[in-house]
Design a binder for this molecule. Structure first.
Ligand code: FAD
Ligand code: FES
Length: 263
């Protein structure tokens, strides 16, 4: 979805995100800034709950009540050498903007994008255009290499020198994949996705443990040194509101037809 938001578009950098509130009574959810074009920013989202479903129900020309951004610290871009940018599932949304920025900084960029199946694979052409090499994987083998992005990373690390790795995807995928770079001492960044509310360091809902310190993903991140992150705590905290999320979704489905746009 392309959103006209000049105040965000003119300042956005790779690795940053925005917070949207779809309507007056809506909750605020974080979404990555996936691309910028003039006065517009692109968001790519998976409809997994009430707010993302509500967002998905909008049509061209509709309005989003608020957009706050750009938020978070931009990616730590530098000339590292050979960089691998890995996206898993909807996490692929974040990868082209990072890959492009790394390429502009003079790096050799290898992309690895993976999804459960071919239907969930996104931005392949865009990644192919901005990476020096691209690997595509699917868990079920319906496209590209049959397996996980982590398998490709493991094979590439055994074959060549890699200076830096970015991993963006579900928490479990980031945990497993960053475990592969640990014995090689390769600098590895992950973009964490805890529950967020204000996105400006005030509510504390995005607390994460990094290197034994409690940090706020919205202002101290969302990108962190992967080898210092407590992923188990992140995954536990992501489950905190599951009963409420389910209830909200059921309520939304029950009333979606009559109340669309007012809830
Ligand atoms: C910095 C940041 C950037 C993000 N960028 C994107 C993006 O570009 N595209 C995208 O689709 N999603 C992104 N997310 C996740 C997105 O914010 C959640 O999917 C969204 O909040 C779900 O809201 P909901 O009301 O639709 O679903 P809910 O009913 O709140 O949740 C439905 C399901 O999604 C899970 N969920 C809820 N919040 C999150 C979360 N923050 N991260 C992961 N799973 C969650 C719940 O555990 C539940 O299983 C990002 C999260 C962060 C913190
Ligand atoms: S989202 Fe509130 S402190 Fe980070």
């Amino acid at each position: 979805m392309w959103v006209f938001a000049p105040h965000v578009a003119h300042h956005a950098k790779a690795g940053q995100f925005l917070i949207v509130r779809v309507n007056d009574s809506g909750e605020r959810i974080p979404l990555t800034i996936s691309a910028v074009d003039g006065d517009a920013v692109r968001i790519i989202f998976m409809a997994v709950g009430k707010t993302t479903e509500l967002l998905a129900s909008l049509h061209a020309g509709d309005m989003i009540r608020d957009i706050a951004g750009p938020l978070g610290r931009p990616s730590e871009l530098s000339k590292y050498g050979t960089c691998v940018v890995i996206g898993g599932g909807v996490g692929i949304a974040s990868t082209p903007i990072i890959a492009k920025a790394l390429k502009s900084a003079g790096n050799y960029v290898v992309g690895i994008i993976g999804a459960r199946n071919a239907g969930l694979l996104i931005l392949e052409d865009e990644m192919r255009a901005c990476c020096d090499e691209l690997f595509v994987t699917t868990d079920d083998g319906s496209k590209g290499i049959h397996g996980f992005a982590a398998d490709v990373l493991k094979a590439e690390l055994a074959k060549r020198h890699i200076d830096c790795v970015w991993i963006i995807g579900p928490a479990i995928m980031m945990k497993v994949t960053s475990g592969i770079t640990l014995p090689y001492h390769v600098k590895t960044f992950v973009s964490l996705n805890p529950i967020m509310v204000d996105g400006t360091g005030m509510c504390g809902s995005c607390r994460v443990q990094v290197g034994g310190r409690t940090l706020f993903a919205c202002v101290d991140g969302p990108e962190f040194d992967a080898h210092l992150v407590d992923f188990d705590l992140l995954m536990q905290r992501l489950r905190t509101y599951q009963p409420e999320e389910r209830e909200s979704m059921e309520h939304y489905h029950d009333h979606a037809c009559s109340c669309k746009g007012e809830r």
